[in-house]
Write a protein that binds this ligand. Structure first.
Ligand code: 2AM
Ligand code: CA
Ligand code: CA
Ligand code: CA
Length: 267
C-alpha cells in the first residue's frame, strides 16, 4: 500500500531536523568550497553531503518516490507524476559560507504536480516552517495567520540589487518606480528564507528574475496555503520543471504590483 501524506510528512520532518543538526555540527570544520557556473556560484561539501543524506533516506524508505535536487544526485525528471521530492540542501550557500546564517534547507513534496508538503528549516535559529496542503502553515508547531491585503505604499518588498546589472531579465525602467513607491526593500540572499518571510508577514512580497524549482518548491505551497499569490513576473503559473522568474506576494498587493508596475512593460 502506498504511504499516506501523513506518513511521508512524519519522515520528512524527522530527516530535515537531522540534516539541520549535521549542518550545525559542520560549523567548526573547514569547508571545501568549489564554484559551479561562475566564480560567485558556490557549492560546498556540506551542500553535497546533505543532498545525498536525503536521497539515501528517501530511497531506503520510499523507493518508488522520485527526487529532484540542486546538486544533481537525484533523478533526472521530465514529468511530475507520482511523488516527487524537490530538495535544496542549502538555499543561500553564499550566506552559509560568509555568514553562517540566512540560509535554509528547503524540501517540497509534490504528488502528480500538486504541492502537498513543504518544509523550510532555518537551521541556525532552529525554526521549522511547515505546511501540509489544506492543514495550514506552522512555525515550530505554531499556526501562522492568513495573509491580509496590503497596498504598495505600506509594503516591504524583497529584491536583489544585482538586477541593476541583470537589466535584460528585468528592465530597471520597470523596477525603479516600484522601488520608489514601496515603504522599503530588502535582500536576504536565500529564496527559501524570503519565501517564509512572505508567509510569516515579515515582508510583503518577493520578486526575482530567475529561480530554479528547488528554490521555490516548498515556499510557494506555504504562501498559497495562507492566501498569498505565487506566479512568474508575467503573472503566469510557475513551472516546477524549469527556471522561472518568481513573484510572490500578499493578496491584493500581487495584483496591484502586476497591474501598475510589471504588466505594461515592454519586456
Ligand atoms: P543557492 O544558494 O541554493 O544557490 C540568492 O539570491 C538566491 O538565488 C539563493 O536562493 C540561491 O540559491 C539562488 N541562486 C544562486 N545562484 C543561482 C543561479 N545561478 N541560478 C538560480 N538561482 C540561483
Ligand atoms: Ca547553488
Ligand atoms: Ca537555492
Ligand atoms: Ca542550494
Amino acid at each position: 500500500m502506498p504511504a499516506t501524506i501523513q506518513e511521508i510528512d512524519t519522515y520528512a520532518k524527522q530527516w530535515i531536523k537531522e540534516a539541520g543538526e549535521r549542518i550545525r555540527t559542520s560549523f567548526p570544520k573547514t569547508l571545501n568550497i568549489t564554484t559551479k557556473s561562475n566564480p560567485n556560484d558556490l557549492v560546498t561539501n556540506i551542500d553535497q553531503e546533505i543532498e545525498r543524506f536525503f536521497i539515501e533516506k528517501i530511497n531506503e524508505r520510499f523507493p518508488e518516490h522520485k527526487i529532484l535536487g540542486e546538486e544533481g544526485y537525484g533523478d533526472s525528471i521530465e514529468k511530475l507524476s507520482g511523488i516527487v521530492w524537490i530538495i535544496d540542501p542549502i538555499d543561500g550557500t553564499m550566506n552559509f559560507i560568509h555568514q553562517q546564517r540566512n540560509f535554509a534547507i528547503s524540501v517540497g513534496i509534490y504528488e502528480n504536480g500538486t504541492g502537498k508538503i513543504g518544509l523550510i528549516y532555518d537551521v541556525v535559529h532552529d525554526e521549522l516552517y511547515h505546511v501540509v496542503k489544506g492543514e495550514g502553515v506552522t512555525m515550530n508547531g505554531e499556526k501562522l495567520p492568513r495573509l491580509e491585503e496590503r497596498g504598495v505604499s505600506e509594503s516591504i518588498v524583497a529584491m536583489n540589487a544585482m538586477w541593476v546589472i541583470e537589466n535584460r531579465r528585468l528592465p530597471r525602467e520597470l523596477l525603479a518606480p516600484l522601488v520608489r513607491d514601496v515603504r522599503g526593500t530588502r535582500s536576504y540572499g536565500s529564496a527559501a528564507m524570503e519565501m517564509v518571510y512572505v508567509a510569516s508577514g515579515r515582508i510583503d512580497a518577493y520578486i526575482t528574475p530567475r529561480l530554479s524549482p528547488w528554490d521555490f518548491a516548498a515556499g510557494i505551497i506555504m504562501i498559497e496555503e495562507l492566501g498569498g499569490v505565487a506566479t512568474n513576473l508575467r503573472g503566469e503559473p510557475l513551472d516546477l520543471l524549469k527556471e522561472n522568474s518568481v513573484f510572490v506576494a500578499k493578496p491584493g498587493l500581487h495584483e496591484e504590483i502586476l497591474r501598475k508596475y510589471l504588466k505594461d512593460g515592454k519586456w
